[in-house]
Design a protein around this ligand. Sequence first.
Ligand code: URA
Length: 202
Amino acid sequence: MAWMDWNALEQTCMGCQRCALADGRHNVVFGVGSRDAEVMFVGEGPGENEDLQGEPFVGAAGEDLNGILSLAGLKREDVYIANVLKCRPPGNRNPAPAEVACCATYLRRQLLLVRPDVLLIMGRFAMQTLLGLGPDASIGSQRGRVHEVTIGDFGTKAVVSYHPSYLLRAPDEKAKAWEDLTLFRRLIREAGIKLAPVHHTH
Ligand code: URA
């Protein structure tokens, strides 16, 4: 897959039959946004709405991600958004290790093609996949500092934070997510990326 350009990668991914998730999907959720983006977001996998619409983060978690984007001063069309899994796990269950192993190749190639300067990793599965950590590694143990994600000769700075769906269930963690966002904004500023003014909603 290392040779693939965007078209080849997208076509291969759209027809993917590497794991059983292919059988239950309505749509492959490849990724969305600017392929030249300086900032990239990585989530876990499609939920029901994403599976039906073929686009990442369009359901409830998507509203939260839109909130994060606007708090970070970013526009959805200026960033690139992708998931570890491109097909929906039934009932939104956790991704199985074999599914992640099959699918993460697509994400790695997407990262190599976008070559972002800054990455926001949302949730445990994206974090374990991109930082090469084991199944027991928690967000709490990794958040609050800057990581380097390396793929071949490419490296990007990354911040790890809670997944928006988790924050919907655990609103007490929102203060920590705000700290993560502040760190993420700092990296964006330091990379010289222009931000839209932040509109506070309260
Ligand atoms: N959660 C994710 O991780 N990704 C989506 O696209 C939607 C919900």
